[in-house]
Structures are given as C-alpha cells and as structure tokens.
Design a protein around this ligand. Structure first.
Ligand code: ADP
Length: 239
C-alpha cells in the first residue's frame, strides 16, 4: 500500500556548499513524482535524504505522519533503484532479489514465494539461477527493480534508472515501471535530467535548478505555464 511523503523545509549543506535549499513538497500516496533538473542541481542528494543515505542538515521528512528519524531503516518501506543497477556480482539473480528479505530475516518459504512473485512481475523467472554478468543491461535493471519491490515497499525511489539503457529499451522500461507502480500501489519518486521521461511518466514534475524547487506541476501546466525562464527553456528542450 502506498504512503504519502513530505519534505518540510529541507536544507542540505556539504561543508560550505549549500546544495538543497528549502525543499517543501508533499507527495500524495500513489503519486508518481519526478525530480527534473540539470546535472549538479541536487536531485540525487534530495533522493538520498529520503532514502536515509544522507542526513538532512535541517528540516524533516515525513512518511505518512511519522518523521523518518523515528522509523528504523528496515521498517520505512522504501525501495530504491539506481542507474548502475548495483547488483551483487557473486550472487545469482534469485539471491540478489532475496537480499532485502534476508536482511529482514524473513523465513525461507515466504522468501521463495516473494522472490518468485517479484521475478514474475518483471518477467525474469527463467533467469533466476544466472549471475548478473550473464544478463544484458535491461535485464539487470529488471532484476534491480524486482529486488527493490520484493518486500512490498510503499515508496519506490528511482535515480536515473533508465540512464544506461538504449532508446528502445528505455521506452519499454518506462511502460513497465508505470505498470509495476500501479500493480503494487506504490508512491514513486523518480530522478532524471531527461525532460521527455519526466513529462511522459509523472503525475507531477518538481523542476530543480541550483538546489531550489522552481516549479512543481503536472506536465501540461509545466509546458503551457512555465513559472520562469529557466523552466520554459529547460522543459522546452525535449521538443
Ligand atoms: P544531481 O543529482 O542533480 O546531478 P547531486 O545531488 O548529485 O546533483 O549534487 C548536487 C551538488 O552537490 C553538486 O554540486 C555536487 O558536486 C555536490 N555533491 C554531491 N554529493 C556530494 C558529497 N558527498 N560531498 C560534497 N559535495 C557533493
């Protein structure tokens, strides 16, 4: 079941570098929200704070009504997919997908059942005994996706998940990701610098420039009513 996600007055400094300025954002349960911005604008840092990989410098992140700081990591219900897949090379596909269940000490029968279901979801059941280096990039990303959703997360975070794939595969995976989100009823926060990806996949797009949220709106509004010149030129680049 999906949950809401809220960023309240979030600031992030790396030393003297202020990389996230005053993020205020409410993501509805089941919403597909995308952080869209140029390289270095702070998208990944924002996502890492939601994932709990980076501490916020100030402000609060809420999952439903609970502050993330009050929820132990494995109870947060957050799955994550990276651009470079980050699969464990020495493990089989099935072992990779099982990993989040192993660390949560889920029993063997339940693990087997959930791994099978996750592999069915990404249409990779017959690859279960292979190793990552025996798979194509697109197949590896499917396995990474299966691993991210195997424990039924309520929020799925994706950092440029299509960035390493060629154009045809990217189009296909876009549709697959949207299907899986609906099937599993998850809130998705997606990061990309690709305008077309953002506009076609998201319920709303949060445009980021130099660490600031410039405009948060659906594709139509962004396209026809850009808030400023940055949004107009950056979003317009997809056409
Ligand atoms: P994006 O994902 O939009 O490309 P990032 O969030 O990766 O942007 O980076 C935002 C800014 O923070 C950049 O200037 C980057 O160099 C800097 N940055 C990112 N991670 C670190 C870090 N661990 N230490 C210091 N600076 C960092």
């Amino acid at each position: 079941m999906s949950t809401s996600l809220e960023m309240k007055n979030i600031q992030k400094w790396y030393g003297a570098l202020h990389v996230v300025h005053d993020f205020d954002l409410y993501v509805q349960p089941g919403e597909f929200l995308t952080f869209l911005g140029p390289s270095g604008s702070g998208k990944t840092t924002a996502l890492k704070m939601i994932a709990g990989f980076e501490m916020v410098s100030s402000g609060d992140i809420l999952l439903g009504s609970r502050s993330i700081a009050d929820v132990p990591p494995y109870e947060r219900g957050i799955g994550m997919v990276f651009q470079n897949y980050a699969l464990f090379p020495h493990m089989t596909v099935a072992e990779n997908v099982a990993f989040p269940l192993t660390v949560r000490k889920v029993g063997r029968a339940e693990t087997e059942e959930k791994v099978l279901r996750a592999l069915q979801l990404v249409k990779m059941v017959e690859y279960r005994d292979r190793h990552p280096n025996q798979l194509s990039g697109g197949q590896q990303q499917r396995i990474a996706l299966a691993r991210a959703v195997v424990f039924n997360p309520s929020i799925l975070l994706m950092d440029e998940p299509l960035g390493a794939l060629d154009r045809n595969l990217r189009e296909h995976m876009k549709i697959e990701i949207m299907r899986i989100q609906k099937e599993l009823d998850m809130t998705v926060v997606f990061v990309t610098h690709d305008q077309d990806e953002a506009l076609t996949m998201s319920d709303r797009v949060a445009v980021i420039n130099e660490g600031r949220l410039v405009q948060v709106a659906d594709s139509k509004n962004l396209y026809y009513s850009p808030q400023d010149r940055f949004v107009a030129s950056f979003v317009g680049e997809s056409n």
